[in-house]
Design a protein around this ligand. Structure first.
Ligand code: ADP
Ligand code: ASP
Ligand code: MG
Length: 417
């Protein structure tokens, strides 16, 4: 008898029919003797709808109140799913994040989980009850409701699995696993039977929203066995077949198989580039530009400083598009005159496309094939950043889909590895 955590995303609980199917699937696992904890997201579109209501009233709503509002989406689905489970004759009980005591820090809208009190859940599981816990939400030390950032139900599920030392955490979603790239953009994308934890971490951090990055971090830290699979199959599919389906996140490279050099392509439109022009090239300049940006809690991603001409240089960096205006304001008010920069330019119509694969460690030529492919499509590369297992480029966002498709083809990702 295993302890299993299931997580169901928005589409998977998008209607009462779908919720009934989730209940049937969970009942099947329960009938096989497993102790079940289920973490649903809000119904698809609901979190956007709720946040939209707040934005109708204010262009800059209080983040504490946003969390009060957004967390209600999951409160609805835990209740509905518990009712559906009871209709099937199971014992079921719903808990909000606060009721479980999912304690987080107080960073509203992007809180981090600190601790989970598993006592109530364990007591219920001992009684044969299916425990349904709201994803995406927690409570800070002062009792304020917090949320974990968009896509945060993945993190709730993996954190619960870690706290309960679950045997497996299954992330049910609207695709049947992790693909070489988003199958919505490249229909020829191929499902990966396994992906290493390291690659999944890179893919999630570089924009593949199939798993929230923090859920992958938790899985790595606590060695939670994690699988991504479809919630849209027949809920009565034989359990053995379902349990082997989808994509398994592995902690070791599969040495028995010929490892593909590139596992996947990730991309994000969530980017903006800022260039500080005509900066005196002297020690401390990066600190003088990026210090105030950091003080304003703005995360910087890629950074480039050009060679100086006549003692002056240009300094470019990227930030999340949502923080572009704030970054511009910080530079205009606190940096430009202080460092005697000539001009500040910005572009929020850029995107980032990244290739990820542990095989890059041992194979040369990946970067050159990537750059050649982009040049053959006439796509100008504005910035490049590399690590041991990834290469990212910043390009004009109107070429994003073209770039992803061309790279997917050039690296033969549609073929079986
Ligand atoms: P859920 O609501 O179940 O959490 P999400 O919409 O957050 O689902 O994540 C699933 C979606 O992630 C898919 O529908 C797919 O479009 C997208 N996606 C992006 N990159 C990938 C990838 N590499 N593999 C699979 N899906 C991906
Ligand atoms: N409902 C939340 C969101 O839309 C959390 C999640 O779906 O994981 O971001
Ligand atoms: Mg998601």
């Amino acid at each position: 008898m295993a302890l299993i955590v299931h997580k169901y995303g928005g589409t998977s609980v998008g209607s009462t029919d779908r919720i009934r199917n989730v209940a049937r699937r969970v009942a099947k696992w329960h009938a096989a003797g497993h102790r079940m904890v289920v973490v649903p997201s809000a119904m698809s579109g609901e979190t956007n709808r709720l946040l939209g209501l707040a934005r109708e009233l204010s262009s800059d709503p209080d983040p504490r109140e946003l969390d009060v509002i957004a967390s209600t989406g999951e409160q609805v689905t835990i209740g509905l799913l518990s009712i559906a489970l009871k209709e099937l004759g199971l014992k079921a009980k719903s808990y909000t994040g606060a009721q479980v005591r999912v304690t987080t820090d107080s960073a509203f809208t992007k809180a981090r989980i600190r601790e989970i009190d598993d006592a109530a859940i364990r007591a219920d599981l001992d009684q044969g009850t299916v425990v349904v816990v709201a994803g995406f939400q927690g409570m800070d030390e002062l009792g304020n409701i917090t949320t974990l950032g968009r896509g945060g139900s993945d993190t709730s599920a993996v954190a619960l699995a870690a706290a309960l030392k679950a045997d497996e955490c299954l992330i049910y979603t609207d695709v049947d696993g992790v693909y070489t790239t988003d199958p919505r953009i490249v229909p020829e994308a191929r499902r990966l039977a396994t992906v290493t934890f390291e690659e999944m971490l890179e893919m999630a951090s570089l924009g593949s929203k199939v798993l929230q990055i923090r859920s992958v971090e938790f899985a790595g830290k606590y060695k939670v066995p994690l699988r991504v699979l479809s919630s849209l199959t027949d809920p009565l599919l034989p359990l053995e077949e379902e349990a082997r389906s989808g994509t398994l996140i592995t902690f070791e490279e599969d040495k028995s198989m010929e490892q593909a050099v590139i596992s996947g392509i990730a991309f994000t439109r969530d980017e903006a580039k800022i260039t500080v022009m005509g900066v005196p090239d002297r020690p401390g300049i990066a600190y003088q530009i990026l210090g105030p940006i950091g003080d304003a809690n703005i995360d910087v991603d890629m950074i480039i400083q050009n060679a100086s001409v006549g003692g002056l240089t240009d300094f470019s960096f990227t930030v999340n598009r949502g923080e572009y205006a704030k970054a511009q304001e910080v530079l205009a008010t606190r940096v430009k005159d202080a460092i005697k920069a000539a001009e500040i330019r910005g572009d929020d119509k850029v995107c980032k496309v990244s290739m990820v694969g542990v095989g890059m460690r041992t194979h040369a030529g990946i970067a050159s094939l990537m750059f050649r492919t982009l040049s053959e499509e006439g796509i100008n590369i504005q910035m490049i950043s590399t690590s041991e297992i990834k290469i990212s480029v910043v390009i004009d966002d109107k070429y994003m889909e073209l770039a992803v498709r061309a790279l997917h083809k050039a690296f033969g990702l549609e073929q079986a590895a």
